[in-house]
Every structure is written in C-alpha cells, then in structure tokens.
Design a protein. Structure first.
Length: 174
C-alpha cells in the first residue's frame, strides 16, 4: 500500500466521503475520486480501513450493536410517545427514548390577561436512521444483486461466413 493510499484510508474513516477524503489525502485533479475509488477495491486498502474502524470502535467504546440500537431508537420513534392525548408535550422524565429528539423549543408568551406556552419538538430523521440500519444488516443487498446481472456475449455470429470458436465472455455492467 502506498503512503497516499494509507493517508486516503485515514481520511476516509473521518466522514466516509470518497471524493472529499481523496482530496484531503492529496489525490490531484479531476480523477481524484476515481483514483480513490480504485484504491478502495484493493484488499490491502480494505483491510487497513477495517483496522482503523476497529481501533476507533475500541477508542470510543462503541460496538456495532450499540450503534444499531441508537439508530433503532430514532428509526422506530413515534410522535405519540412524546405527547399526551391532549397534544401537550410530555415531560422529559416521562419519555422513554429522549435520544430520538433532535431539538426542543419552549416559548412562553404572557400578557395582562393571558399566558400561552408553546413547545416545539423535532425528532431526528427517521428515514436516514432506517436506511442506515437497512444498509448495515444487508436489507438492500438483494436489490444491489438485481442491479448487477451478468450478461453473456457469444462470440460466434450465425449470419457470418466465418466461424469464431472463441469462448463466451461474461460482462458485468456494474
């Protein structure tokens, strides 16, 4: 593995963005993303990325299962769990999964004859969390297999005067 590939791996595990990681690592020009993608196909590069991920997991004391459980709290959150039947917000102590809350804003307006309190509750993006779970546990791998079918091209043309006995060629369009 080259020093450039090693640096790319170290940048890649920061944000998992191939293009940005390639540029930060020092790949040059318009082909930086393509060169980095090609490097990603190398077994040494893949192994080094896995080593960096394992080291980060140990440093942070986070397992894949713990991460999935946090995504699950967001992905399967339900607004009903945050509101009473009269649509007033529950107290945080009453909420089972406060981790799914992105932000809370409380506005109190009062005057001589009135007092009004509004609570705005925003949950984290469910679709993003569910997509992350699905990718991690392989729910989309069947879709990916369907998109990359092998096509067999026969090298003998029945309309041609000559015969070509060369073997068939498999092509993967992906």
């Amino acid at each position: 593995m080259t020093d450039l590939q090693k640096r790319f791996c170290e940048e890649y595990v920061i944000d998992y963005n191939i293009a940005k990681s390639a540029i930060r690592a020092g790949y040059q020009g318009d082909n930086a993303r393509i060169s980095a993608w090609q490097a990603m196909q190398l077994p040494d590069v893949q192994e080094y990325i896995e080593e960096l991920q394992a080291a980060a997991s140990i440093r942070c004391q986070v397992s894949k299962d713990e991460l999935l459980m946090e995504f699950k709290k967001i992905g399967f959150s339900n607004i009903k769990n945050y509101l009473h039947n009269d649509l007033d917000a529950k107290y945080l102590s009453e909420i089972e999964t406060p981790e799914a809350i992105k932000s809370i804003k409380k506005t109190v307006r009062s005057g001589e004859d009135y007092s009004d309190t509004t609570v705005e509750l925003v949950l984290h993006d469910k679709l993003s969390a569910l997509t992350s779970i699905g990718r991690h546990i392989g729910f989309f791998s069947e879709d990916n297999k369907q998109k990359s079918a092998n096509i067999t091209i026969l090298n003998n043309d029945p309309l041609s005067d000559t015969t070509n006995d060369s073997p068939a060629e498999d092509i993967n369009p992906a």
